[in-house]
Design a protein around this ligand. Sequence first.
Ligand code: NDP
Length: 505
Amino acid sequence: MPVEPVSAAAAPVFKLFIGGEWVASRSGRTFESLNPADRRDVVGHFQAGTAGDTAMAIGAAQAAFPAWRNTPAPRRGEILYAFGALMGQHKERLAQAMTREMGKVIAEARGDVQEGIDIAYLMAGEGRRMFGDTTPSELPDKWAMSIRQPLGVAGIITPWNFPMAIPCWKMMPALVTGNTVVFKPASDTPHCATLLVELMQQAGFPAGTVNLVTGSGAEVGDTIVDSPDVPVISFTGSSVTGKGIAAKGGQRLKRLSLELGGKNAVAVMRDADLDLAVDGILWSAFGTTGQRCTACSRVVVDRPVADALVAKLKARAEKMRLGYGLDATTDVGPLINGAAVAKVAEYVEIGKGEARLVCGGSIAADGDLANGSFFEPTIFSNVAPMARIAQEEIFGPVLSVIPVDGYDEVVKAVNGTRYGLSSSIFTENVNTAFRAMRDFETGIVYVNAGTIGAETHLPFGGWKETGNGHREAGHVAIDTFTEWKAVYIDFSGRLQRAQIDNQPG
Ligand code: NDP
């Protein structure tokens, strides 16, 4: 390993951020965050926040809300710009900390930080847009318009796989529109969250506008979801947890933006550039060790090119180097933790009974990998579209190749899952490309590229069980965090009655 492990005794202690102060949890308890590439390396001790700590954070956010909502939106945007600039200045430090805590290789960690910067700048600009409509009134001497207003305290509950980008994707639109925030990060990546919030404090977000509570989903997350004082929740994570939040938050009629699982497919047609397809598939399947909601976990291939494609994928996948993400020679980093390794290993066993194992298939624990959570890049071929490994989210470096006959069967297989986040098609035929853009039932479609690589100024989100219809990123991201208000101003000096005074009879 390129870095000496830090022992538990030597690792620093981090705090909660509530009402502009760094404070210890009332629980008096902490939990450790470990480096998944080397579990002897302790990143830090983090506060095990309680329901009481969470209530305090919600209270601080509520107290900060009136002044923040009345701060001119362009001024709020300036603070977002300052935060984006600070992230830029600290990009390398943030990226290295992310690789250490979460495992993704350093180039991808830099990309994760960059997504945070991009969304900060995009949303800062919303401070000078946040457009509503003006429209003619049906009555004379009357003005009609619609404006956006914030909801109040936004609950931000995030996963570990994009530990800086996803919190920024959620907090930037929440804050620029005038909401205040209680942020509960994944327990696997509390350090990344702490580093972000330190920079938010430095950027000038007023005390109480941003509050950080580390601790378990069952206690901190659940308290946020159940609180009558948090009208909007933005969540990314597993479908199981998302459905629980939908049920509980739904009881309180909350605004819920849920970004859940994926089972994303790359389609490869018989006229595709196969080498380009292989590049796109490997990057999408094994980038972030397959732990992206947009990761490619299925390849739906037109049968005449199936064998050639599998041979090329195998040759390249077998050469991928596993290792610590800070090591420049590493292609694939570790999984997030031991439970993830066990889950992947279980699915590989299921796969062996369903399809043909082409390469990989084992936990990797030789030499430097012995203390980490590593699994070999794994490919199955001859997978049936409805096989479990082709249907269930594995969230690891496991790829299923599904051979089918012709375009109609490709569409059927691509769409034949309960998820609908990202899809892609490799074809040299422009007509086929346009048909796929029309026919694939996913929130994101790529042509001649893999399933990953969303840009922050386009809407991000999925169809079907991937979510509940909301979108992150793009200008539509502010829909989650704003209420519409229709405003009518009558300057006629008399009572005018809509639908009555200007209609016959
Ligand atoms: P979870 O959905 O359990 O966790 C996501 C976030 O929700 C974390 O901050 C977690 O906190 C929190 N949480 C957990 N339980 C509750 C609750 N009852 N109420 C409120 N918040 C809660 O995902 P995992 O990290 O456990 O990952 C498991 C699987 O989920 C993965 O293998 C993958 O399949 C999927 N996943 C999908 C992601 C995506 O991008 N779509 C991202 C991450 C995971 P805590 O960390 O403290 O448990």
